[in-house]
Design a protein around this ligand. Sequence first.
Ligand code: XMP
Length: 517
Amino acid sequence: MAIGNHDKVIVLDFGAQYSQLIARRVRECGVYSQIYPYTIPAEEVRRIQPKGIIFSGGPSSVRTPGSPRPDAGIFSLGIPILGICYGLQVMSEMLGGHVTSSGRKEYGLQNIDITDRSSELLHAVSDKSQVWMSHGDSVERIPDGFRITATTPTCPVTVAEDRERRFYGVQFHPEVVHSAEGEKMIRSFVLDICGACADWSMGSFIGDAVESIRRTVGSKRVLCGLSGGVDSSVAAALIHRAIGDQLVCVFVNNGMLRKNEAESVLDLFGRHFNMNLQYADASDDFLSALKGVTEPEAKRKIIGKVFVDTFYREARKCGDVSFLAQGTLYPDVIESRSPSGGPSSTIKSHHNVGGLPEDLKWQLLEPLKELFKDEVRELGKELGLPDELVYRHPFPGPGLGVRCIGEVTKERLDTLREVDAIFIEEIRKAGLYGSIWQAFADLLPVRSVGVQGDERTYREVCTLRAVTSEDAMTADWFRMPYDVLQRASSRICNEVQGVNRVLYDISSKPPATIEWE
Ligand code: XMP
């Protein structure tokens, strides 16, 4: 998708953990940024015409034969370059400097001594500013034309620059929050040194995206699988803004949705946005395919297969469709790309609909594929989607099927839906929903004895789980206030027929995962 005529600063990825974060920081300056594999030819960079280039860090050592190197022609394009960590080392080595292996890794916080206050990169940064370092190698000799502008006691070349050619390098990570003034350095590079115009915003993204979708789609029709989650909802709302009734959405009810979920999706998209929405209630198909199945992976596979079958059956009713729209996000694209430029971006996006057939007869339309999750949320808000949807906790594709531990039956799903709704309602009432990454309930394949009135009961056990997380890769259990747990537990046992015991899950990830199955 074209980004209009906005200035760009590109990031060349040398296998860094933080490439996405670098691109984020550039966008936070109001300048559009994209990540490319380090192998990108200089000619391609010239065609893209970025205002600046950032070399990311990376796990390799330039001392190792075959370590990643950019096309040397990039240094002759007249475009400013900022090298971060490995980026500084590879630039130094290729331009005639020398890098040594210090023999030990330096990892953690350091305070820099700015030795040259005339540095444009560091002009907004205070002396002794804290930076975060993580490196084994260091630059021992800087290339001709460079000068050192900051040091630390353990790393003589902490910042080096060639002002004539506008090449800059830092031996730390300005993109991480632990580098207290890293953001100022990136801002100085992007705005002052590169001279990029800070005119990129979500508003300008919508305008450009709408125009680009119209140009791509023409008068053809687009099909979009709507799940009610943030990504597919925002993709649908954006495409609808661009092409109105040429968009057909398919919403599959798999019988494992949360309480009132189908109604609210139909209400929002069908009535409020007036979208062309096709609703398929396939709950019976899913439940009969799951009969007697208890093994988690088997459940997931069955749910995925029935979903794909249903989706294609519904799609055939939509007539002459040319495009399939998906809410693929930037991290999905980047995660599927190896630093050497490896597999194409479509491999990962196939997972969005649970596996697309090899001979897909539609073209893919992925209008969010340059955005990060929180940018997608911002876009959703700009497009008029309600906060409940935009800020909703993540929900797994197989839905309550993987939260109904043991056999998945309609009766157990109904019980779980009620438990989940009460738990979330109590969290919302306590004003805690936004502080939690994800909260939900599971129904366990266990019964326990209880007493209600004078009656003995023998009912199911449920567990409540709430976690905090940055990205779902790791998670910690949320320290839920006792009174919220007390209200949720008491309401669940009183209001939900099939349950007489409530547990709270205090496992972190790792070693547990967020979902039980
Ligand atoms: P785990 O359980 O692996 O979950 O710690 C990490 C995050 O992913 C969500 N999740 C899924 N999302 N399809 C999805 O779209 C799935 O099959 C799926 N399984 C887990 C989970 O809710 C958590 O946010």
